[in-house]
Design a binder for this molecule. Structure first.
Ligand code: NDP
Length: 450
């Protein structure tokens, strides 16, 4: 009989925690998981899934406009935000149920409540003490809003999914994934949308040429981009908000959405009780195998920082389950991580951007193609698709693929397999295209641009 109630106790039933606990249970472990908010975590409840539904919803406005060129007479379309939110909520509720059943079927014991670490093998939930051989911290992150006068009038990505009505005028603050995606969502739904970003061009870590093109496309679609600007103060006058920028500009609006990053959710977890160390940014410090400074305590997902994406948390959860229950010391590669911003149009990437590739490789070849896709030729839509391949000349390997355009996420996902497998430019060139598609351009780019 083991001295512990469980082999693994997971704190946080988001993407990473659920994956780790299910795999651990499948490998024969006695596993429990605690969750104090909602099953599925940020991704399912206030992140990837509802966000993508909102992106789909907002893109209809453009589809209705384009339909005319193909002979459709679409009477003035009307959009009802409460219907969308109610339908979205129903779907999220269904997914919460799916997660619960997956845990039950895997034999994982679910505790509803906030877990606190008492010592290296004991957690407490609502006064109940539970012991485990190993503990996994997967508590995720939480939106962070800087302290500026009037910041209490701003909402974060936690609240934006539950607004009772679509605001007519929105100011989005930030230049990361969430800010750019929501600026597109609100604009597509017909709200007057301003995006305020402190730097000279948003999405700092992406390829500059792609970001410039995205900025052009967003402006063309109606978003007001205000770069090199900071918010000085927000004031409220009746139902109306006023956003004052550093340069004195005043923007009247109905909603201010801050998307200025997220902080790890470690408060009241009891890390100090047991000496789990954190980095300067407040993330839990782990080694390559997701082990914290306390050897039987592991941590994964947004709470450890790094690449804060759902597929990364899933992979880390799998790795911990394998390390603990299969005896295979497992880690996760940080190279070739594909990613997409569901902006309108979508920006997706895998591998190096041109700036980093130039710094890291002695000689690179860059292939760029920019064109109006077939679908828009019968419409007034001026959107351009931009594709880019970056090749290391020494090995001929494709080390970066970038796309700005409809379905970029779907297309780059396929290319990510090729790039991970070490495909060369010659492999791309000898692959036949599927005609007529946008993606075929990736295998027909023969003329080096730079
Ligand atoms: P990000 O870290 O992506 O971006 C934060 C933005 O806020 C940056 O532009 C940053 O500017 C700016 N910022 C930070 N501090 C301040 C400040 N004090 N004043 C003004 N601006 C500030 O965070 P998000 O909140 O957008 O998203 C969190 C994470 O969630 C992402 O990094 C991503 O990992 C994940 N995510 C992934 C999605 C996807 O896969 N499609 C979708 C949504 C989120 P600067 O660049 O100058 O530092």
């Amino acid at each position: 009989m083991s001295q512990f109630q469980y082999d693994l106790f997971v704190i946080g039933a988001g993407s990473g925690g659920v994956r780790a606990s299910r795999m651990a249970a499948q490998y024969g472990g006695r596993v429990a998981i605690a969750e104090d908010l909602y099953l599925g975590g940020t991704c399912v409840n206030v992140g990837c899934v509802p966000k993508k539904l909102l992106v789909y919803a907002s893109h209809f406005s453009e589809l209705f406009r384009d339909a005319g060129g193909f002979g459709w007479d679409v009477a003035t379309p009307l959009f009802d935000w409460p219907t969308l939110i109610a339908n979205k909520d129903k779907e999220i509720e269904r997914l919460n149920g799916v997660y619960q059943r997956l845990l039950e079927q895997a034999g994982v014991q679910l505790y509803s409540g906030r877990a606190t670490l008492l010592d290296a093998h004991t957690v407490e939930i609502d006064g109940e003490k539970i012991t485990a051989r190993n503990i996994l911290l997967a508590t995720g992150g939480w939106p962070w809003i800087p302290e500026i006068p009037g910041c209490e009038f701003a909402i974060s990505s936690n609240e934006v999914f539950h607004l009772p009505q679509l605001p007519h005028r929105v100011v989005v603050v930030g230049g990361g994934y969430i800010a750019v995606e929501f600026a597109g969502i609100f604009n597509g739904m017909g709200a007057e949308t301003d995006l305020v970003y402190r730097g000279d061009l948003f999405l700092r870590e992406f390829d500059r040429e792609m970001r410039l093109q995205l900025a052009d496309e967003m402006r063309e679609k109606g978003v007001t981009l205000r770069f090199n600007q900071n918010v000085a103060a927000i004031t409220k006058h009746g139902d109306e908000l006023n956003v004052e920028l550093d340069d004195g500009t005043q923007i009247e609006c109905d909603c201010v959405l801050y998307a200025t990053g997220r902080k790890p959710r470690v408060k009241e977890l009891g890390l100090d009780n047991i000496g789990v160390t954190c980095t300067d940014s407040g993330h839990i410090e782990v080694n390559d195998y997701f082990q914290t400074s306390v050897p039987n305590i592991y941590a994964i997902g947004d709470v450890i920082g790094g690449i804060e994406l759902t597929p990364m948390a899933l992979a880390q959860g799998m790795a911990v389950a394998k390390t603990l229950f299969r005896g295979e010391q497992s880690t996760v590669e940080h190279e070739h991580v594909p990613t997409a911003i569901f902006s309108q149009p979508t920006l997706a990437s895998v591998g190096y951007n041109e700036e980093d590739a130039r710094a890291l490789f002695p000689d690179i070849a860059v292939f760029v193609s920019k064109f109006k896709q077939l679908k828009y030729t019968l419409t007034d839509n001026t959107e351009k698709t931009l594709l880019k391949l970056i090749v290391d000349c020494a090995s001929d390997k494709v080390i970066g693929a970038h796309m700005l355009g409809q379905d970029a996420g779907e297309i780059i996902q396929g290319l990510a397999v090729a790039i991970k497998a070490g495909a060369t430019k010659a492999d791309f060139d000898s692959t036949l295209g599927i005609h007529p598609t946008v993606a075929e351009e990736f295998v027909t780019m023969r003329t080096q641009t730079r």
